[in-house]
Design a protein around this ligand. Sequence first.
Ligand code: FRU
Length: 489
Amino acid sequence: MSELLEKARSYEKAAIHKVSEHVRPVFHFSNPVGWMNDPNGFSEYKGEHHLFFQYYPYATRWDSMHWGHAKSGDFITWEYLPAALAPDQEYDNFGVFSGSAIEDGDKQVLIYTGVAEKALENGEKKITQDQCIATGDGIDFEKCTTNPVITSDLLPEGSSSEDFRDPKLWKEDGRYYVVVGSRSQDGSGQIALFYSDDLKSWKLGNILDQSENKLGKMWECPDFFALGDKRVLVISPQEMEAEGLEFHNGNNAVFLLGDYEKEKMQFTREKVQSADYGLDFYAPQTMLTEDGRRVMIAWMQSWDNAMYPADQPWSGMMTIPRELSVQNGRVYQLPVRELENYRKNVVTYSDVCIESETVLQGIEGRTIDLELKLKGTEYGKCRIKLASGEKHYSEIIYDRKDGILTFDRTYSGFRRDTISTRSMLVRSCRDVLKLRILVDRYSVEIFVNDGEQAMTSLIYTPQSAVGITFSSNGKVYMDAVKYDIEAES
Ligand code: FRU
């Protein structure tokens, strides 16, 4: 093992004991210590779910990237494993960037972007990004001696060698395939598909899709899979311009839906769909479970608006893993069904008429799974205040007439000027709005109309703010089912 990896492992081992479980989210994955961004290597290995992540153990800021590692039997409680990769080779001396993993026979195969910083003769520094392989046994990994295995000179002419990253690997009919993000001659994103029979020697199959400067600049963190009768290409574009209520996070996550001709390795895009409408959702990655579910997890934070208390020894959280499906030509997402095993203390209300500010006994808490149905046509706006205390609250506002759902965390306890609201057009505006709201200690995830849309945001509100209130400017008839979520890692 390299000195750098050994150092990371012994550092995190000592540091992790200093973080009390009471300050961590209850049912969302958080990093042991230091900094975390993208999920990596989200995959099955020997019957367990593995999650790796972009990781800098030594401080709660982005720096020289390592891969952290954890595993779970059910996506809800996780066991930390020792850091998996460190930037310890010449070809990855600037960082082991994002990538993916598969189970291949009895081996776990990782593919990642090795970022190298080289000093040029004129004294300037040059960054290159290439794809590298490491294989292991679920704990320890050995980097391939022929790394890097996919270099940017395999890309079409004019493509960037500095922005070429985030390989997502799968194996199909005995052949390995990988999609990688990069920038084409026009400076904007493209997704390249490569294939190999032995993981070592790779060929470019095709360019699956391109931004042409319409959907942001660099396309990061691609994923590519069949879902129902569609093929989905997931991208995380940088520097995307907002359009109406869409694409407001600068760095966005987008589903491209279409068809795929496997023989020609050709993807035809039919639809562009926002993956999430909240303030904190980026770089999603999916895996296929042994029982055939396509499950997605994402970094629950934003690059431009990353806010977490300065005294917190860990910086990041992942979303709840979400089961994906295609319905009516769109991707739907709902929390993994395993979460239901952690539901306790059910409280149910039916047809409660809400008008003035109302508290429903038993409907409160900071680690809850709350299902609401808002019914009727006699109201304009309905407001739900969550994580509410003397001074604090975060609000969900449904404007029924305009069909707009807003999340507002202005009073969640910020001490800095930061972006606090997002709105989205509810696609299926019926007389009943269905919301499933997951509140954990520091986050609110809203699933609208059975997962047709989702909205994910962080709140660092003091934990004493547990109240929930409902109000409306007309009569809303509401059904509510609330569960506490109790989990221990
Ligand atoms: C996305 C990203 C990836 C890169 C990684 C570096 O958030 O920028 O493209 O591999 O983070 O940490």
